[in-house]
Design a protein around this ligand. Structure first.
Ligand code: PLP
Length: 497
C-alpha cells in the first residue's frame, strides 16, 4: 500500500537526520514515483487523505506536493486531482545504493553520500532565489562601488608579499580591531581584538564552531522554525539536530528537550530568524543557565542587529554571559553586500589559539588586501555612513510594507498578526494555523511575488502558518505597488476579501 511505503520511507529518512517532515514526504513520494509504486498518469490520493493516512498536517502534505509539482513530477488537473506526470523517469532495476536503503537510486543519489543527498535535497536553489520580497537580503545595489574600487586599488598598489600569503592570525589586524571596537560599543560584546576571527561569513563561523566544539553525532539544539543556513552547516558537520520550539520570547526548551542534552545551542536572540521574536531578558538568563547545566556552548548569530527601527535597543546575549560559553558571530553581508564574503566570530579567550590554528588548517584564509580595504572603509567612517543611509532606506520600505499590510490586520482581529518588524530586513505575517501558507506563497509567486511560507522553516512543528516577507531588497516603488497585492491575497486566503 502506498501509505505504508511512504511511512516506511519517512521513518528511514527521519532516522537519518534533520530533514523536515514536508521534505521527508517529498523524498518518499519521489521515491515511490521513481520506483514505479506510483506509475505515470496515476492519480495521487488527495492531500486530505494523505494527511489522515500519514498523520501529517495538511500544510506539510501540500508543501511536499507543491514542490513535486514545481519540479515537474506531478501535475494538477482542475477539478480532478493531482497526477504523476508521464515523463517521470523510472530507476534502473537491480542497482542498489546505500542512500536508499538498498533500493534502486537515481543517478544523483548514486554519486552522493547519504549526507550529500540530504544536503542536496533539503531546500533547493529555487526556494533561495533572490527576488524583491525575499527575506534577509539587503539592497546591495546601494553599495558605494566607486569608493570601494578606489580603496581596493589603493590596497592592491600598497600590497606587500605577506599580504598575498595565507593568514594564520585570524585576519587582518586593523580589521579585527575595527570589528572589536564596533561590537564593544554597539553590541555590548565583551572582547579584545585578539578574540576576533575573520571568516568568509556566518556559514564558515558556524562550521568552525561545529567542527571544533562538537563531535560527529553530538546534539545541537536549533530553533524551530530555523535558519536554513545553520541547519545545513550542522548537517554538513554530522551533528544531530534537535529542534526546540520558539515562542514570542525566543527559544523555549521544554523538559523533553532537556532530556536531549545539547553540546551546542544555536540561537538568533536579537531577531529570531524567521519569526523575528526578540529573546526576553529572563529567557536570556534562563538559556545561559541551561547551557551551563548541560555544559553546552551557545552560538549567537547576530545577523541583522545593525537595523533596529523601533523598541528599546537590544544588546548581545554574549554581553550577559559571565561564563565564557557564548560564541558571537556577525556578518558584513547585510550592510555591505553578500558576495563580499566577510564575517567575524568572537571566540572565548581560552580557545582563541585553537580556533586560529584550526581555521588556518581547515580553511587556509587569505584575501588580506580586501580585508585591508574594508578596515579602511570602516576607519574612515564609510561603514557608518552606509549604515545610516541603509537604515533610512529600509526604515521607509518597512513602513510602506506595514501600511500595505494594515487591511489584513484590520478586518480580522483575532487572526493574523505581525512579528519581528522592529528590526532587520524582513517581517513575519503570522496567520491562523489552518491557512495553507505554501499554497498562498505559490499563488503570490504566480503574480511574480516571492515571499516564503513560514511553515517551510519548521523542522518538527506543524502549528505555524504565515508569510516571511523581506523589504530590504525591494525598491520602495515595488513595495507600494505589490504590498497591496500581498494583502489582497492574504485576505482572500482568510476568506475576508
Ligand atoms: C539568520 C542568518 N544568519 C546569517 C545569515 C547570512 O550570513 P552570511 O552571509 O555571512 O553567511 C543570514 C542570511 O540571510 C541569516 O538569515
Amino acid at each position: 500500500m502506498l501509505s505504508e511505503f511512504l511511512l516506511a520511507e519517512m521513518s528511514r529518512l527521519g532516522a537519518q537526520g534533520a530533514l523536515p517532515l514536508h521534505r521527508q514526504l517529498y523524498e518518499a513520494l519521489r521515491r515511490a514515483m521513481l520506483d514505479g509504486k506510483l506509475g505515470a498518469g496515476e492519480r495521487l490520493p488527495s492531500s486530505r487523505d494523505l494527511s489522515q493516512d500519514l498523520d501529517l498536517s495538511r500544510n506539510t502534505v501540500v508543501a511536499a506536493i507543491n514542490q513535486l509539482s514545481v519540479e515537474g513530477y506531478l501535475a494538477s488537473r482542475v477539478g480532478s486531482g493531482t497526477y504523476v506526470n508521464d515523463n517521470v523517469p523510472r530507476a534502473t532495476p537491480g542497482r542498489t545504493a546505500r542512500s536508499s536503503g538498498g533500493q534502486a537510486a537515481s543517478p544523483q543519489a548514486r554519486r552522493l553520500s547519504t549526507r550529500g543527498q540530504a544536503l542536496a535535497t533539503t531546500y533547493c536553489a529555487t526556494e533561495l532565489e533572490v527576488q524583491p520580497f525575499t527575506p534577509g537580503i539587503a539592497d546591495f545595489s546601494a553599495f558605494p562601488v566607486t569608493l570601494w574600487q578606489r580603496l581596493q586599488n589603493k590596497h592592491w598598489r600598497m600590497t606587500y608579499p605577506d599580504m598575498l600569503d595565507y593568514n594564520d592570525s585570524g585576519g587582518y589586524a586593523p580589521l579585527r580591531r575595527a570589528v572589536a571596537d564596533y561590537l564593544r560599543v554597539f553590541r555590548s560584546v565583551h572582547l579584545e581584538a585578539d578574540q576576533v576571527v575573520i571568516t568568509t561569513g556566518t556559514q564558515q563561523s558556524l562550521e568552525l564552531c561545529a567542527r571544533l566544539l562538537a563531535d560527529h553525532g553530538d546534539t545541537v539544539w536549533v530553533e524551530d522554525p530555523a535558519y536554513w543556513g545553520a541547519v545545513k552547516a550542522f548537517m554538513a558537520t554530522g551533528l544531530s539536530l534537535h529542534p526546540v520550539a520558539v515562542d514570542e520570547q525566543g527559544i523555549n526548551p521544554s523538559t523533553a528537550d532537556n532530556a536531549k542534552p545539547p553540546r551546542l545551542i544555536y540561537v538568533t536572540p536579537s531577531h529570531q530568524y524567521p519569526t523575528g521574536a526578540v529573546m526576553s531578558l529572563p529567557r536570556r538568563h534562563q538559556l545561559l543557565a541551561t547551557a551551563r547545566a548541560h555544559d553546552a556552548w551557545v552560538l549567537e548569530d547576530d545577523y541583522d542587529s545593525e537595523y533596529r527601527f523601533s523598541g528599546p535597543p537590544i544588546s548581545s546575549l554574549e554581553g550577559l554571559d559571565t561564563d565564557g560559553r557564548v560564541f558571537y558571530m556577525g556578518t558584513f553581508s547585510k550592510v555591505l553586500y553578500p558576495g563580499l564574503k566577510i564575517g567575524y566570530l568572537v571566540v572565548p579567550k581560552p580557545l582563541v589559539a585553537a580556533f586560529k590554528q584550526a581555521h588556518y588548517d581547515l580553511n587556509r584564509p587569505g584575501q588580506m588586501p580586501v580585508q585591508a580595504a574594508l578596515a579602511e572603509f570602516i576607519e574612515m567612517g564609510h561603514f557608518a555612513s552606509a549604515l545610516r543611509r541603509a537604515r533610512q532606506n529600509y526604515g521607509e520600505r518597512r513602513q510602506c510594507l506595514l501600511e500595505a499590510l494594515k487591511p489584513v490586520l484590520r478586518d480580522t482581529p483575532e487572526g493574523p498578526s505581525i512579528s519581528g518588524a522592529e528590526q532587520g530586513l524582513h517581517l513575519c505575517l503570522r496567520l491562523p494555523p489552518d491557512v495553507n501558507d505554501h499554497a498562498l506563497a505559490q499563488r503570490l509567486a504566480q503574480q511574480g511575488l516571492t515571499v516564503r511560507p513560514l511553515s517551510a522553516y519548521c523542522l518538527a512543528r506543524s502549528d505555524l502558518s504565515g508569510l516571511v516577507i523581506g523589504y530590504g531588497y525591494a525598491p520602495l516603488a515595488d513595495i507600494e505597488r505589490c504590498g497591496p497585492l500581498i494583502a489582497a491575497a492574504v485576505r482572500q486566503a482568510l476568506g475576508v476579501s
